[in-house]
Design a binder for this molecule. Structure first.
Ligand SMILES: [Zn+2]
Length: 104
């Protein structure tokens, strides 16, 4: 080893993990657990790809997935399975989840 570090590249895996970190609840405790497991809100994965059943937290992510995985199939938002549609969210409940500020 010469000690010279290889130039860093952003790999798809790295970017995916960053997206995951930004959109997935890592909150601890009971509230975080309930939030993560989707008992109360149907989980963070809101949408399900109708073609390969992969899940995404929002339409934008799903479109990125769709363009990457199913470029020959036209993207149709209405065909996505909304996993939250069957689960009525309690809006008054504080969301313990997604990393970031509550200040808007
Ligand atoms: Zn898919």
């Amino acid at each position: 080893m010469t000690g010279k570090a290889k130039p860093k590249k952003h790999t798809a895996k790295e970017i995916a993990s960053k997206v995951d970190a930004a959109t997935t609840n890592r909150g601890g405790g009971k509230a975080g657990l309930a939030d993560r497991s989707g008992i109360e809100k149907g989980g963070h994965a809101k949408l399900e790809c109708p073609h390969c059943k992969i899940t995404a937290p929002d339409v934008k992510s799903m479109q990125i997935h769709h363009d990457a995985r199913h470029p020959k199939i036209p993207f149709d938002e209405s065909k996505l399975s909304d996993l939250h549609a069957t689960c009525v969210p309690e809006t008054s409940k504080p969301k313990p989840g997604v990393r970031g500020s509550f200040k808007k």
